[in-house]
Design a protein around this ligand. Sequence first.
Ligand SMILES: Nc1ncnc2c1ncn2[C@@H]1O[C@H](COP(=O)(O)OP(=O)(O)OP(=O)(O)O)[C@@H](O)[C@H]1O
Length: 316
Amino acid sequence: MGGPILDIRGLEKTYKGGTKALAGVDLTINKGEIFALLGPNGAGKTTLIGAVCGLVNPTAGSIHAFGQDTAKNWREARRKIGLVPQELSFDMFDKVIRQVRYSRGMFGCPPDEARIEEVLRSLSLWDKRDAAIRELSGGMKRRVMIAKALAHDPELLFLDEPTAGVDVELRRDMWRQIDALRAAGVTIILTTHYIEEAEEMADRVGVINKGRILLVDDKEAIMAKLGRTEAHFTLAAPLAEIPAAFAHYPLTLEDGGLRLIYRGGDGTGKGKREVAELAQTLAGAGVAYTGLETRESTLEDIFVDLVERGEVEAAA
Ligand SMILES: Nc1ncnc2c1ncn2[C@@H]1O[C@H](COP(=O)(O)OP(=O)(O)OP(=O)(O)O)[C@@H](O)[C@H]1O
């Protein structure tokens, strides 16, 4: 992975009417990475993307893209940036291929029919190239949005909720497309509500809420730092209390003493190890169990936890 391709410092945006959508965002994106920006509705994700793409005028702070200060020279930076916005936007009566060609030209790239064909084929749009956009299904329209964003061969691609409301097949296609772009060295920033998407695709994850970045880290590091193991032992007979020999484990008794629950670990495997120890030693200590269910926390658990904790801290 390369050096910084995007550097955002102290970015703030207050809309007319007073909504503070960004409240001091610092974020550095490295060349070649896939960065997932997670956050609930209204967190400021679209505003942040808009600020980098020159669609939103920041109230304070700075953005450097490809080493250029976008406040001074956003056109130069914008040429190297592709944006697939959340909303569909194009001339519905125009033909697919013309819209894609037009996008390429708009960013000052010379015509290149071979490249246009390649982009259309990669998105399974080649057969539809002469169709008017309004004749296409919703999923196909979304593909056209991506084709348009790729037509000028951007080095940095923003995907704002690329798979919101699309079917499973199209979502898988998009993941494949993102993989291919990653292989070609394109840096990708995607926003999503689908945590599984971030879990599947991203190298790094940032969590944003109320215009503030709560956390940025490697996906693996987040899982390791904040991952938890939960294990439920269904006991053969109720326990009145946790035996002293197991007091050093993070255990609780529920269901009138019939369920022994382990909640702990740190994502480094400690949780699994401790649960395995318990599974082996409980019976020997006279605690028989008839069932064991375990689960590891997902990025979704971590995200919900962080946002809730962030809200608690903000309210405190
Ligand atoms: N043009 C605008 N004028 C006034 N307020 C706006 C405007 N655009 C966004 N906002 C407000 O700014 C805040 C952040 O919105 P933004 O669209 O950036 O969030 P988001 O994280 O992209 O949300 P979602 O996941 O719902 O798309 C919200 O409170 C929103 O209502």
